[in-house]
Design a protein around this ligand. Structure first.
Ligand code: BES
Ligand code: MN
Ligand code: ZN
Length: 496
């Protein structure tokens, strides 16, 4: 098996806001009203008002996202300056902090710089300084993990000007955790399959002091996890279930995070066409997000209990595959009729959610690249929220909006319940035709959460990007890691 490049980031440090600007590249923001932040004033003064001259001639970036890389006047300070347009004052928020740092790192990644100083902190609220660090780390990771020559070349050192060491540590933890999720998504399916995903989880558990249980196919059979086994039955790679526990919250009931971990989704006998199958290594993004979030929570020492449960299977075609018309008795006892083997995520999650209930969680949040229908409804950038508990949904939505990760709620009207009723079994794994497909999938899942407050997040759109953007590479995006960390840190839960 080929081995990917290790998950690397530059050496990181912080300095005082008035430290020297000597470096290879100084990254500095410039507001659209022409006001100079202290670092910009400093280099302007040191270089004979050269920035002022650029502004006077209308040569500096104004809009949010515009950048200009300049050679600095000789003699003092930085060799080059990257001016980052910060747009109107009302655009300067937490998302912008993350984004502009990532854009800057990506822009500078075409060659190795010895030292990059990021002076963006002066534009942002100190509460958002960690997002600058996280964004810079995010910018270092990308999809070309098997290329001899890295597409984004890492600086040897990145120094954050005017950022407290605590914000550096926090941003580093969050940035690294997002990149872990992205890397797991980007690994090819021959490298990352249920067993090897579980071993990755074990490595993280050891690194962060988490408890871990890995259920192999025998244990899954003993635990009546027939729906996970059914989806995995067509594959030579046996399924797994991983339970991770972080105990930072004393006696409270845990927050449960549940992830769909289909390490490759061929569609099974309801085979996908090649174009739709090509990116289906991404179908374990939910499980990878669970790992990223629990790693961050443990590293940050958050005073809460969190249990992460990942249902892992490969959906393949063989003489042993599960079939259309099959009826599976799930672990919960509910029977499901299979009418499309490509609606496998909900089948894996049925048992995964039932195992999660046994952990007696106060709330359950599941993450899944569950439906193309959710992308039809909301587009590629927006995650869908479906819930049985509005308070829980509102809290996660608020955290996500604060982090700049767009999410939108879809309704769960009773009328949809009819659409997943089966003539043969209790429920069927597809709705009626393709209408409301994201919601009927959620309605199916709702059968396996009992009365526990539950939120389903369909990340089929935003978890994986087909093409690069200035602020991020193509491939795994690590969406919802930031938002869920914020929610868990801040949460006051609907149920005790
Ligand atoms: N993994 C797919 C959903 C998906 C599609 C994720 C595109 C990411 C990008 C899921 O297992 C699936 O195939 N869903 C089917 C459900 C249908 C058969 C009811 C779909 O969305 O077409
Ligand atoms: Mn599928
Ligand atoms: Zn799938």
């Amino acid at each position: 098996m080929p081995e990917s490049r290790p998950l690397l980031i530059p050496r990181l440090a912080t300095t005082a806001a008035d430290a020297t600007t000597d470096c290879d590249v100084l990254v500095v923001g410039i507001a659209d009203d022409g006001d100079f932040c202290p670092s910009l004033q400093q280099i302007d003064a040191e270089g004979d008002a050269w920035i002022t001259r650029l502004v006077q001639h209308g040569k500096t970036p104004k809009k949010y996202g515009e950048m200009l890389l300049l050679g600095a006047p000789a003699g003092v300070g930085p060799i080059m300056v990257l001016l980052v347009g910060s747009g109107a004052p009302d655009q300067i928020d937490r998302q912008h902090a993350f984004d502009s740092a990532s854009r800057a790192i990506r822009k500078l990644g075409d060659r190795v710089h010895d030292s990059v100083v990021i002076a963006l902190s002066e534009l942002f609220d100190p509460a958002d300084h960690d997002a600058i660090v996280a964004g810079a780390i995010f910018g270092c990771e990308g999809t070309g993990i098997y290329q001899a020559e890295p597409a984004i070349k890492l600086a040897k050192s990145v120094v954050f000007r005017g950022i407290e060491p605590a914000a550096l540590d926090r941003g580093r933890t969050i940035g690294e955790s997002i990149n872990l999720t992205r890397r797991l998504v980007n690994e090819p399916p021959a490298v990352l399959y249920p067993e090897s995903f579980a071993e990755q989880a074990r490595g993280i558990a050891n690194e962060c002091g988490l408890e871990i249980e890995i259920w192999d196919e025998e244990k899954l059979a003993g635990e009546q996890c027939r729906s996970i086994l059914a989806v995995g039955s067509g594959s030579d790679k046996p399924p797994r279930l991983v339970i991770l526990r972080y105990n930072g919250g004393g006696d409270e009931k845990p927050i449960a995070l549940v992830g769909k971990g289909v390490t490759f989704d061929s569609g099974g006998l309801s085979l996908k066409p090649s174009e739709s199958m090509a990116d289906m290594k991404c179908d374990m993004a939910g499980a990878a997000t669970v790992l990223g979030v629990i790693r961050a929570i443990a590293r940050l020492g958050v005073q809460r209990n969190v249990v992460g449960v990942c249902g892992l299977a490969e959906n393949m075609v063989s003489g042993k595959s599960y079939k259309l018309g099959d009826v599976i008795e799930t672990r919960s006892g509910k029977t499901i009729e299979i009418l499309n083997t490509d609606a496998e995520g909900r089948v894996v999650l049925a048992d995964t959610l039932d195992v999660t209930l046994q952990q007696q969680p106060q709330v359950i949040v599941d993450l899944a690249t569950l439906t193309g229908a959710c992308m039809v409804a909301l587009g590629k950038e927006v995650a869908g929220l479906m819930t049985n508990n509005q308070t829980l949904c509102d809290a996660v939505q608020a955290a996500a909006m604060h982090e700049g990760e767009p999410v939108w709620q879809l309704p769960m009207f009773k009328l949809y319940d009819e659409k997943v009723k089966s003539k043969v079994a209790d429920i069927k794994n597809v709705g009626e035709a393709r209408w409301g497909g994201a919601i009927t999938a959620a309605k199916f899942l709702e059968n396996f959460v009992a009365d526990t407050p539950w939120l389903h997040i369909d990340i089929a759109g935003p978890a994986f990007a087909e093409s690069p953007e200035p602020q991020r590479d193509a491939g795994g995006t690590g969406v919802m890691v930031r938002s869920l960390v914020r929610w868990i840190e801040s949460a006051s839960f609907p149920a005790g």
